[in-house]
Each structure stands twice: as C-alpha cells, then as structure tokens.
Ligand binder design. Structure first.
Ligand code: CTP
Length: 156
C-alpha cells in the first residue's frame, strides 16, 4: 500500500482553534490519505478536569470544516481508541509530543507517532492568562484599560 492510501487518526480538544492545531492537521494530511479527528466532548473534558471556552458542538464543526480533515467524531472516553482503530481500519495513530510514550500500547493495533508541537501557542496557556487577569482587582484593570485607551488615541 502506498503512503497516500493510509488512514490516520488523532484525538484532542481543539479549544480556541489556533495555528498549532492547524499545523498538526496539515501534517497529518501529508502523512495519509484520510484524516479522522476525534474531538473531546465537554463531558469527557470534565473527566480530564479540562473546561473549554468553546462548546463541543462548535469545536467539532470547526475541526470538520478544516480542509485537511476528512471525518470528525466525538471522543467520549479514554478506551475508545482501540475500537475506533478497528472500526475505521486506521493505519496510524498520531498525536502531539506532549503525549510521548502515553499511547505506545496502541502499537499492537497500528503505527503510533508523536508529532512536534508548534512552539509558542497553546489554548491551555491562553486560558491560564485569562484566569490570571480575573485575579487582578477591578479598579487596577480599569486603570490599565484607561492607559491603553490614552496610548491608542496617541497613535491615531
Ligand atoms: N498541538 C500542537 N501544537 C500546539 C498546540 C497543540 O501540535 N502548539 C497539538 C497537540 O499536541 C494535540 C492537538 O494539537 O495533538 C490538539 O491539542 P489539544 O488536545 O486541543 O490540547 P493541548 O495539547 O492542550 O493544546 P493546547 O495547549 O493548544 O490546548
């Protein structure tokens, strides 16, 4: 079988879809003919202690609209991977290097690859920054915005 006939699958939350996510999906399409993306549901994310900004229905719509994605399915549990691999005749399981080694057991079912993450962008980090903003007292934030407004006017 040539490389182009392969089926690849990945799993993820894809909250606040960004360039790191896009690069990963583009890379997957360069490795196989068919790209399947399992998008974590809000309920499954809660099990992982992960809260998203964008609800599941929107995240999966965004992912399935990406030109590099052939099919998007919900990810509802940790242990669906083996049945997905069998159901969709998957040749390659791929995921970012942040998961390196965690899914080696899937190599009984298909090839397992860990891909380099795009540097400097992460929805988790953006969420952390937003959270830290919430801890700044309201009056201080107001002052900061006033200063920004003055700076912006200076630029006009
Ligand atoms: N990813 C990537 N480069 C990034 C961010 C994410 O390649 N800068 C990859 C992840 O490694 C994963 C996929 O995109 O394979 C989906 O990531 P996701 O499950 O949404 O969450 P995180 O890994 O936490 O990514 P983020 O920090 O952006 O939330």
């Amino acid at each position: 079988m040539t490389n182009q006939k392969k089926i690849i699958i990945t799993y993820g939350t894809f909250d606040m879809f960004h360039i790191g996510h896009l690069n990963l999906l583009k890379r997957l399409k360069s490795m196989a003919d068919t790209v399947i993306v399992a998008v974590s549901t809000d309920e499954f994310n809660l099990q992982k202690n992960k809260r998203t900004i964008i609800p599941f229905e929107q995240r999966i719509k965004i992912v399935e609209s990406i030109q590099y994605v052939d099919k998007a399915i919900p990810e509802i549990s940790w242990d669906q991977k083996t049945s997905d691999i069998e159901k969709y005749n998957v040749d390659i399981f791929a995921i970012g290097k942040d998961w390196e080694g965690k899914f080696d057991f899937l190599s009984d079912y298909c090839e397992v690859v860990y891909l380099t993450r795009t540097k400097g962008i992460s929805s988790t980090e953006i969420k952390k920054s937003l959270k830290s903003l919430l801890s700044i007292p309201h009056a201080e934030l107001r002052r900061a915005f006033d200063i920004l407004e003055i700076l912006r006017k200076d630029l006009e």
